[in-house]
Design a protein around this ligand. Structure first.
Ligand code: 4AD
Ligand code: MG
Length: 430
Protein backbone atom coordinates (compact mmCIF):
# COMPACT_ATOMS: atom_id res chain seq x y z
CA UNK A 1 0.00 0.00 0.00
CA UNK A 2 1.27 3.41 -0.88
CA UNK A 3 1.89 6.30 1.56
CA UNK A 4 0.33 9.47 0.21
CA UNK A 5 0.42 13.12 1.27
CA UNK A 6 -2.93 14.85 1.41
CA UNK A 7 -1.94 17.37 -1.26
CA UNK A 8 -1.40 14.51 -3.75
CA UNK A 9 -4.54 12.57 -2.79
CA UNK A 10 -6.56 13.57 -5.89
CA UNK A 11 -4.07 11.62 -8.00
CA UNK A 12 -4.94 8.39 -6.14
CA UNK A 13 -8.73 8.31 -6.35
CA UNK A 14 -10.08 4.77 -6.22
CA UNK A 15 -6.90 3.43 -4.62
CA UNK A 16 -6.14 2.05 -1.19
CA UNK A 17 -3.59 4.30 0.53
CA UNK A 18 -1.88 5.10 3.84
CA UNK A 19 -2.15 8.66 5.15
CA UNK A 20 -0.40 9.92 8.29
CA UNK A 21 -1.27 13.08 10.15
CA UNK A 22 -2.92 14.78 13.12
CA UNK A 23 -6.59 14.92 13.93
CA UNK A 24 -8.01 18.43 13.91
CA UNK A 25 -11.49 17.32 14.88
CA UNK A 26 -13.82 14.47 15.12
CA UNK A 27 -17.60 14.40 14.87
CA UNK A 28 -20.21 11.73 14.52
CA UNK A 29 -23.69 11.85 13.09
CA UNK A 30 -25.45 8.68 14.09
CA UNK A 31 -23.69 5.73 12.56
CA UNK A 32 -21.27 7.70 10.42
CA UNK A 33 -18.19 9.29 11.97
CA UNK A 34 -15.99 11.94 10.44
CA UNK A 35 -12.36 12.54 11.26
CA UNK A 36 -10.68 15.63 9.86
CA UNK A 37 -7.00 15.00 9.32
CA UNK A 38 -4.16 17.40 8.52
CA UNK A 39 -0.65 16.43 7.52
CA UNK A 40 1.01 19.77 6.80
CA UNK A 41 0.25 19.56 3.09
CA UNK A 42 -3.52 19.78 3.36
CA UNK A 43 -6.68 18.84 5.20
CA UNK A 44 -8.66 15.69 4.43
CA UNK A 45 -12.07 14.54 5.53
CA UNK A 46 -12.09 10.86 6.49
CA UNK A 47 -15.34 8.89 6.81
CA UNK A 48 -15.58 6.04 9.28
CA UNK A 49 -18.56 3.75 8.71
CA UNK A 50 -17.83 0.88 11.05
CA UNK A 51 -15.61 2.18 13.85
CA UNK A 52 -15.33 -0.67 16.31
CA UNK A 53 -13.37 -3.06 14.15
CA UNK A 54 -11.05 -0.43 12.74
CA UNK A 55 -9.05 0.77 15.65
CA UNK A 56 -5.67 -0.23 16.92
CA UNK A 57 -4.60 1.18 20.28
CA UNK A 58 -7.87 2.97 21.12
CA UNK A 59 -11.13 1.67 22.44
CA UNK A 60 -13.40 4.25 20.90
CA UNK A 61 -13.24 6.69 18.04
CA UNK A 62 -14.09 9.53 20.38
CA UNK A 63 -10.68 9.03 22.03
CA UNK A 64 -9.21 10.50 18.89
CA UNK A 65 -9.00 13.93 20.43
CA UNK A 66 -7.53 17.05 18.88
CA UNK A 67 -3.91 16.63 17.72
CA UNK A 68 -3.77 12.86 18.14
CA UNK A 69 -1.26 11.57 15.58
CA UNK A 70 -2.59 8.69 13.52
CA UNK A 71 -1.88 6.44 10.60
CA UNK A 72 -5.00 5.77 8.56
CA UNK A 73 -5.52 3.33 5.75
CA UNK A 74 -8.46 3.59 3.43
CA UNK A 75 -9.74 4.19 -0.07
CA UNK A 76 -9.84 7.64 -1.66
CA UNK A 77 -13.13 8.67 -3.31
CA UNK A 78 -13.90 11.82 -5.21
CA UNK A 79 -16.36 14.10 -3.42
CA UNK A 80 -17.29 17.44 -4.89
CA UNK A 81 -18.23 18.87 -1.47
CA UNK A 82 -14.77 18.28 0.04
CA UNK A 83 -12.19 21.09 -0.10
CA UNK A 84 -9.78 19.07 -2.23
CA UNK A 85 -12.55 17.22 -4.05
CA UNK A 86 -11.58 13.99 -2.34
CA UNK A 87 -12.57 12.03 0.77
CA UNK A 88 -11.04 9.00 2.48
CA UNK A 89 -13.17 5.99 3.38
CA UNK A 90 -11.39 4.64 6.43
CA UNK A 91 -10.41 0.98 6.80
CA UNK A 92 -8.03 1.11 9.79
CA UNK A 93 -6.84 3.74 12.26
CA UNK A 94 -3.67 3.34 14.27
CA UNK A 95 -2.70 5.82 16.95
CA UNK A 96 0.94 6.91 16.66
CA UNK A 97 0.96 9.57 19.37
CA UNK A 98 -1.88 10.40 21.73
CA UNK A 99 -2.91 13.93 22.69
CA UNK A 100 -5.06 14.94 25.62
CA UNK A 101 -6.25 18.41 26.64
CA UNK A 102 -4.59 20.21 23.74
CA UNK A 103 -4.41 23.81 24.98
CA UNK A 104 -5.37 25.58 21.76
CA UNK A 105 -9.03 24.77 21.24
CA UNK A 106 -11.25 26.02 18.41
CA UNK A 107 -12.50 28.85 20.69
CA UNK A 108 -10.88 32.30 20.51
CA UNK A 109 -7.65 32.84 22.43
CA UNK A 110 -5.86 36.10 23.25
CA UNK A 111 -2.66 36.87 21.42
CA UNK A 112 -0.48 36.60 24.56
CA UNK A 113 -1.79 33.11 25.20
CA UNK A 114 -1.14 32.16 21.60
CA UNK A 115 2.41 33.57 21.62
CA UNK A 116 3.10 31.68 24.86
CA UNK A 117 2.05 28.56 22.94
CA UNK A 118 3.70 29.50 19.66
CA UNK A 119 5.29 26.02 19.44
CA UNK A 120 1.72 24.64 19.11
CA UNK A 121 0.03 27.68 17.54
CA UNK A 122 2.03 27.08 14.32
CA UNK A 123 -0.16 23.99 13.76
CA UNK A 124 -3.33 26.02 13.31
CA UNK A 125 -4.54 26.23 9.69
CA UNK A 126 -4.10 29.98 9.55
CA UNK A 127 -0.57 30.03 10.97
CA UNK A 128 0.51 27.09 8.84
CA UNK A 129 -0.87 28.84 5.74
CA UNK A 130 1.13 31.99 6.57
CA UNK A 131 4.31 29.95 6.97
CA UNK A 132 3.68 28.22 3.65
CA UNK A 133 3.24 31.63 2.00
CA UNK A 134 6.46 32.81 3.68
CA UNK A 135 8.30 29.80 2.24
CA UNK A 136 6.94 30.57 -1.24
CA UNK A 137 8.08 34.20 -0.94
CA UNK A 138 11.58 33.03 0.03
CA UNK A 139 11.60 30.63 -2.90
CA UNK A 140 10.48 33.33 -5.35
CA UNK A 141 13.11 35.80 -4.12
CA UNK A 142 15.90 33.25 -4.52
CA UNK A 143 14.61 32.07 -7.87
CA UNK A 144 14.44 35.61 -9.26
CA UNK A 145 17.95 36.50 -8.10
CA UNK A 146 19.52 33.16 -9.05
CA UNK A 147 17.95 33.40 -12.53
CA UNK A 148 19.32 36.92 -13.01
CA UNK A 149 22.97 36.11 -12.38
CA UNK A 150 23.14 37.05 -8.69
CA UNK A 151 25.53 34.87 -6.68
CA UNK A 152 24.42 34.06 -3.15
CA UNK A 153 27.26 35.04 -0.83
CA UNK A 154 26.95 34.96 2.93
CA UNK A 155 28.27 37.79 5.08
CA UNK A 156 29.21 37.09 8.71
CA UNK A 157 26.60 37.24 11.45
CA UNK A 158 29.18 38.18 14.09
CA UNK A 159 30.67 41.54 13.20
CA UNK A 160 33.17 43.98 14.71
CA UNK A 161 31.24 47.20 13.93
CA UNK A 162 27.88 48.73 13.05
CA UNK A 163 26.59 48.69 9.47
CA UNK A 164 23.56 50.94 10.02
CA UNK A 165 24.12 52.87 13.25
CA UNK A 166 25.42 52.13 16.72
CA UNK A 167 22.19 52.63 18.67
CA UNK A 168 20.55 49.35 17.73
CA UNK A 169 23.40 46.84 18.15
CA UNK A 170 23.17 43.64 20.15
CA UNK A 171 26.63 43.19 21.61
CA UNK A 172 28.36 40.01 22.68
CA UNK A 173 31.67 38.92 24.15
CA UNK A 174 34.02 37.56 21.55
CA UNK A 175 36.73 36.11 23.78
CA UNK A 176 38.80 39.18 24.68
CA UNK A 177 37.11 41.41 22.15
CA UNK A 178 33.76 43.02 21.69
CA UNK A 179 31.53 41.98 18.81
CA UNK A 180 27.97 42.55 17.60
CA UNK A 181 25.21 40.63 15.86
CA UNK A 182 24.85 41.84 12.29
CA UNK A 183 22.37 44.64 11.55
CA UNK A 184 22.94 44.22 7.82
CA UNK A 185 25.44 42.36 5.67
CA UNK A 186 25.68 45.25 3.26
CA UNK A 187 29.26 46.38 3.85
CA UNK A 188 30.53 42.84 3.28
CA UNK A 189 28.29 42.45 0.25
CA UNK A 190 29.94 45.53 -1.26
CA UNK A 191 33.28 43.69 -0.99
CA UNK A 192 31.74 40.56 -2.51
CA UNK A 193 30.13 42.51 -5.39
CA UNK A 194 33.63 43.66 -6.37
CA UNK A 195 34.58 39.97 -6.58
CA UNK A 196 31.44 38.48 -8.15
CA UNK A 197 29.58 41.35 -9.84
CA UNK A 198 26.05 40.79 -8.59
CA UNK A 199 25.58 39.16 -5.20
CA UNK A 200 22.96 38.71 -2.51
CA UNK A 201 22.58 37.43 0.98
CA UNK A 202 19.48 36.16 2.70
CA UNK A 203 19.73 35.71 6.40
CA UNK A 204 18.77 36.85 9.87
CA UNK A 205 19.62 40.36 11.00
CA UNK A 206 19.41 41.81 14.47
CA UNK A 207 18.30 45.20 15.73
CA UNK A 208 18.02 46.14 19.38
CA UNK A 209 15.21 48.55 18.53
CA UNK A 210 13.25 49.72 21.49
CA UNK A 211 10.21 50.03 19.24
CA UNK A 212 7.07 48.17 20.05
CA UNK A 213 5.23 48.58 16.76
CA UNK A 214 3.47 46.21 14.43
CA UNK A 215 6.39 46.49 11.99
CA UNK A 216 9.41 45.84 14.21
CA UNK A 217 11.13 42.64 15.24
CA UNK A 218 14.46 42.33 17.04
CA UNK A 219 15.44 39.48 14.73
CA UNK A 220 14.24 39.57 11.15
CA UNK A 221 15.27 38.15 7.79
CA UNK A 222 16.58 40.40 5.09
CA UNK A 223 17.48 39.78 1.46
CA UNK A 224 20.30 42.10 0.41
CA UNK A 225 21.30 42.30 -3.25
CA UNK A 226 24.38 44.37 -4.14
CA UNK A 227 25.47 45.19 -7.69
CA UNK A 228 28.76 46.54 -9.06
CA UNK A 229 28.52 49.06 -11.92
CA UNK A 230 24.93 49.83 -10.96
CA UNK A 231 23.52 53.32 -10.51
CA UNK A 232 20.63 54.63 -8.47
CA UNK A 233 17.99 54.25 -11.20
CA UNK A 234 19.05 50.70 -12.15
CA UNK A 235 18.82 49.78 -8.48
CA UNK A 236 15.15 50.84 -8.40
CA UNK A 237 14.39 48.73 -11.46
CA UNK A 238 15.84 45.62 -9.78
CA UNK A 239 13.66 46.28 -6.73
CA UNK A 240 10.37 46.68 -8.58
CA UNK A 241 11.10 43.68 -10.81
CA UNK A 242 11.82 41.53 -7.76
CA UNK A 243 8.63 42.55 -5.97
CA UNK A 244 6.58 42.07 -9.14
CA UNK A 245 7.98 38.56 -9.58
CA UNK A 246 7.38 37.58 -5.95
CA UNK A 247 3.74 38.69 -6.08
CA UNK A 248 3.01 36.89 -9.31
CA UNK A 249 4.61 33.70 -7.99
CA UNK A 250 2.74 33.74 -4.68
CA UNK A 251 -0.62 34.52 -6.30
CA UNK A 252 -0.16 31.50 -8.56
CA UNK A 253 1.43 29.02 -6.17
CA UNK A 254 -0.32 29.84 -2.89
CA UNK A 255 -3.87 30.56 -3.99
CA UNK A 256 -5.29 28.02 -1.53
CA UNK A 257 -3.37 29.44 1.44
CA UNK A 258 -4.33 33.02 0.57
CA UNK A 259 -7.95 31.81 0.62
CA UNK A 260 -7.44 30.07 3.98
CA UNK A 261 -6.27 33.34 5.55
CA UNK A 262 -9.02 35.27 3.71
CA UNK A 263 -6.66 37.67 1.99
CA UNK A 264 -8.38 39.97 -0.50
CA UNK A 265 -6.00 39.44 -3.42
CA UNK A 266 -7.54 42.05 -5.74
CA UNK A 267 -5.21 44.75 -4.40
CA UNK A 268 -2.19 42.49 -4.95
CA UNK A 269 -3.07 41.67 -8.56
CA UNK A 270 -2.72 45.28 -9.71
CA UNK A 271 0.86 45.50 -8.40
CA UNK A 272 2.98 45.47 -11.55
CA UNK A 273 6.16 47.43 -12.27
CA UNK A 274 7.03 50.21 -12.89
CA UNK A 275 6.28 51.71 -9.47
CA UNK A 276 5.82 55.46 -9.05
CA UNK A 277 8.76 57.49 -7.74
CA UNK A 278 8.42 60.67 -5.70
CA UNK A 279 11.19 62.66 -4.06
CA UNK A 280 11.27 63.38 -0.34
CA UNK A 281 10.44 67.03 -1.19
CA UNK A 282 7.37 65.95 -3.18
CA UNK A 283 6.40 63.66 -0.32
CA UNK A 284 6.41 66.64 2.08
CA UNK A 285 4.24 68.63 -0.35
CA UNK A 286 1.76 65.80 -0.76
CA UNK A 287 1.64 65.28 3.00
CA UNK A 288 1.00 69.00 3.43
CA UNK A 289 -2.20 68.70 1.40
CA UNK A 290 -3.33 65.98 3.83
CA UNK A 291 -2.77 68.18 6.86
CA UNK A 292 0.63 66.82 7.94
CA UNK A 293 3.04 69.57 8.92
CA UNK A 294 6.43 67.93 8.45
CA UNK A 295 9.49 70.21 8.28
CA UNK A 296 12.27 69.59 5.77
CA UNK A 297 14.82 67.33 7.44
CA UNK A 298 12.33 65.45 9.61
CA UNK A 299 11.94 61.72 8.99
CA UNK A 300 8.76 60.12 7.73
CA UNK A 301 6.94 58.21 10.46
CA UNK A 302 4.46 55.37 10.14
CA UNK A 303 1.40 57.67 9.69
CA UNK A 304 3.22 59.62 6.95
CA UNK A 305 4.22 56.45 5.13
CA UNK A 306 0.66 55.15 5.32
CA UNK A 307 -0.79 58.43 4.01
CA UNK A 308 1.67 58.52 1.10
CA UNK A 309 1.08 54.87 0.19
CA UNK A 310 -2.70 55.52 0.09
CA UNK A 311 -2.14 57.89 -2.83
CA UNK A 312 -1.05 55.02 -5.11
CA UNK A 313 -2.39 51.61 -6.19
CA UNK A 314 1.05 49.94 -5.96
CA UNK A 315 4.22 50.41 -3.92
CA UNK A 316 5.82 53.84 -4.19
CA UNK A 317 9.50 54.83 -4.01
CA UNK A 318 10.36 57.86 -1.90
CA UNK A 319 13.75 59.09 -3.11
CA UNK A 320 16.40 61.74 -2.37
CA UNK A 321 16.15 61.90 1.42
CA UNK A 322 18.10 64.52 3.41
CA UNK A 323 21.64 63.26 4.03
CA UNK A 324 21.33 63.55 7.80
CA UNK A 325 18.43 61.06 7.87
CA UNK A 326 20.35 58.26 6.22
CA UNK A 327 23.39 56.03 6.75
CA UNK A 328 26.96 57.26 6.19
CA UNK A 329 27.66 55.23 3.03
CA UNK A 330 25.03 56.76 0.74
CA UNK A 331 26.06 58.62 -2.41
CA UNK A 332 25.14 62.33 -2.42
CA UNK A 333 22.98 63.55 -5.30
CA UNK A 334 25.40 65.22 -7.78
CA UNK A 335 22.79 68.00 -8.32
CA UNK A 336 22.10 68.68 -4.65
CA UNK A 337 24.56 67.68 -1.95
CA UNK A 338 21.88 68.09 0.76
CA UNK A 339 20.22 64.84 -0.30
CA UNK A 340 21.37 61.29 -1.02
CA UNK A 341 20.64 58.82 -3.82
CA UNK A 342 18.55 56.66 -1.52
CA UNK A 343 15.05 55.27 -1.84
CA UNK A 344 12.60 53.58 0.46
CA UNK A 345 9.87 51.48 -1.09
CA UNK A 346 6.57 51.94 0.77
CA UNK A 347 4.04 49.14 0.50
CA UNK A 348 0.32 49.80 -0.02
CA UNK A 349 -2.34 49.32 2.68
CA UNK A 350 -0.31 50.84 5.51
CA UNK A 351 2.55 48.33 5.60
CA UNK A 352 5.19 51.05 5.40
CA UNK A 353 8.81 50.67 4.29
CA UNK A 354 9.49 47.20 2.89
CA UNK A 355 12.73 47.99 1.04
CA UNK A 356 15.55 50.44 1.76
CA UNK A 357 18.38 50.97 -0.70
CA UNK A 358 20.85 53.41 -2.18
CA UNK A 359 23.76 54.03 -4.44
CA UNK A 360 26.93 53.74 -2.33
CA UNK A 361 29.77 56.24 -2.11
CA UNK A 362 32.61 54.99 -4.32
CA UNK A 363 35.00 57.93 -3.88
CA UNK A 364 37.63 57.32 -1.20
CA UNK A 365 37.88 60.93 0.08
CA UNK A 366 34.17 61.46 0.21
CA UNK A 367 33.68 58.23 2.16
CA UNK A 368 36.43 59.17 4.62
CA UNK A 369 34.79 62.54 5.12
CA UNK A 370 31.39 60.95 5.78
CA UNK A 371 32.88 58.50 8.24
CA UNK A 372 34.61 61.30 10.13
CA UNK A 373 31.36 63.27 10.38
CA UNK A 374 29.64 60.14 11.70
CA UNK A 375 32.38 59.55 14.29
CA UNK A 376 33.22 56.11 12.93
CA UNK A 377 36.56 54.61 13.93
CA UNK A 378 38.62 54.49 10.67
CA UNK A 379 40.58 51.48 11.90
CA UNK A 380 37.42 49.35 12.32
CA UNK A 381 36.30 50.19 8.79
CA UNK A 382 39.74 50.05 7.13
CA UNK A 383 38.84 47.00 5.10
CA UNK A 384 35.71 48.81 3.87
CA UNK A 385 37.60 51.91 2.76
CA UNK A 386 40.11 49.60 1.03
CA UNK A 387 37.33 48.84 -1.46
CA UNK A 388 37.63 52.49 -2.58
CA UNK A 389 41.40 52.18 -2.99
CA UNK A 390 41.51 49.33 -5.48
CA UNK A 391 39.34 49.69 -8.57
CA UNK A 392 36.38 51.42 -6.96
CA UNK A 393 33.22 51.59 -9.14
CA UNK A 394 29.73 53.02 -8.76
CA UNK A 395 27.61 50.38 -7.07
CA UNK A 396 24.21 50.07 -5.45
CA UNK A 397 22.10 47.69 -3.47
CA UNK A 398 19.10 47.32 -1.24
CA UNK A 399 17.67 45.41 1.70
CA UNK A 400 14.19 43.96 1.69
CA UNK A 401 12.66 42.96 5.01
CA UNK A 402 11.09 39.53 4.56
CA UNK A 403 8.62 39.77 7.45
CA UNK A 404 7.24 43.11 6.26
CA UNK A 405 6.72 41.68 2.79
CA UNK A 406 5.00 38.61 4.26
CA UNK A 407 2.79 40.85 6.43
CA UNK A 408 1.76 42.89 3.41
CA UNK A 409 1.15 39.95 1.06
CA UNK A 410 -0.82 38.10 3.77
CA UNK A 411 -2.63 41.26 4.93
CA UNK A 412 -1.65 40.73 8.59
CA UNK A 413 -2.04 43.23 11.40
CA UNK A 414 1.37 42.52 12.92
CA UNK A 415 4.75 41.08 11.86
CA UNK A 416 4.74 38.69 14.81
CA UNK A 417 2.70 36.16 12.79
CA UNK A 418 5.07 36.25 9.81
CA UNK A 419 8.01 34.38 11.37
CA UNK A 420 7.96 30.99 13.13
CA UNK A 421 9.25 32.25 16.50
CA UNK A 422 9.08 36.05 16.72
CA UNK A 423 11.58 37.98 18.82
CA UNK A 424 9.85 41.10 20.07
CA UNK A 425 10.69 43.74 22.65
CA UNK A 426 9.24 41.72 25.50
CA UNK A 427 9.45 38.13 24.29
CA UNK A 428 12.30 35.68 23.67
CA UNK A 429 10.34 32.57 24.66
CA UNK A 430 9.63 29.94 23.36
O1 4AD B 1 16.35 50.25 5.76
P1 4AD B 1 17.27 49.27 6.43
O2 4AD B 1 17.75 49.58 7.78
O3 4AD B 1 18.48 49.09 5.40
C1 4AD B 1 19.65 48.43 5.61
O4 4AD B 1 19.92 47.76 6.57
C2 4AD B 1 20.56 48.45 4.41
N1 4AD B 1 21.93 48.23 4.85
C3 4AD B 1 20.09 47.39 3.45
C4 4AD B 1 20.92 47.38 2.18
O5 4AD B 1 20.90 48.36 1.45
N2 4AD B 1 21.60 46.30 1.92
O6 4AD B 1 16.56 47.85 6.46
C5 4AD B 1 16.12 47.25 5.25
C6 4AD B 1 14.73 46.68 5.42
C7 4AD B 1 13.66 47.71 5.75
O7 4AD B 1 13.18 48.33 4.58
C8 4AD B 1 12.59 46.85 6.41
O8 4AD B 1 11.82 46.20 5.42
C9 4AD B 1 13.41 45.81 7.14
O9 4AD B 1 14.68 45.77 6.52
N3 4AD B 1 13.55 46.12 8.57
C10 4AD B 1 12.89 45.48 9.55
N4 4AD B 1 11.97 44.50 9.54
C11 4AD B 1 11.47 44.06 10.72
N5 4AD B 1 11.86 44.54 11.91
C12 4AD B 1 12.79 45.53 11.99
N6 4AD B 1 13.18 45.97 13.19
C13 4AD B 1 13.34 46.05 10.77
N7 4AD B 1 14.26 46.99 10.48
C14 4AD B 1 14.38 47.02 9.14
MG1 MG C 1 15.38 51.98 6.07
Amino acid sequence: MRKVYIEESTAFIGQQVIIEGWITHYRSSGKIHFVVLRDGTGVLQCVVKNPLQLLEGVDQLSELSQETAVQITGVLHSDSRAPLGVELEVQTVKVIGSSTNYPITPKEHGVDFLLEHRHLWVRSPRQAAILRIRAAIIHAIREFLDNHGFIVADPPVITPAAAEGSTTLFSLDYFDEHAYLSQSGQLYLEALAMALGRVYSFGPTFRAEKSKTRRHLMEFWMVEPEMAFCDFEENLVWQEQLIGYVLQYVLEEREQELKTIERDTERLRTVKPPFPRITYDEALERLGTRGFDLKWGEDLGAPHETALAEMFDRPVFVTHYPTALKAFYMQPDPNNSQVVLAADMLAPEGYGEIVGGSQRIHDFRLLEDRMRRNHLDPELYRWYTDLRRYGSVPHSGFGMGLERVVAWICGLDHVRETIPFPRTLNRVWP
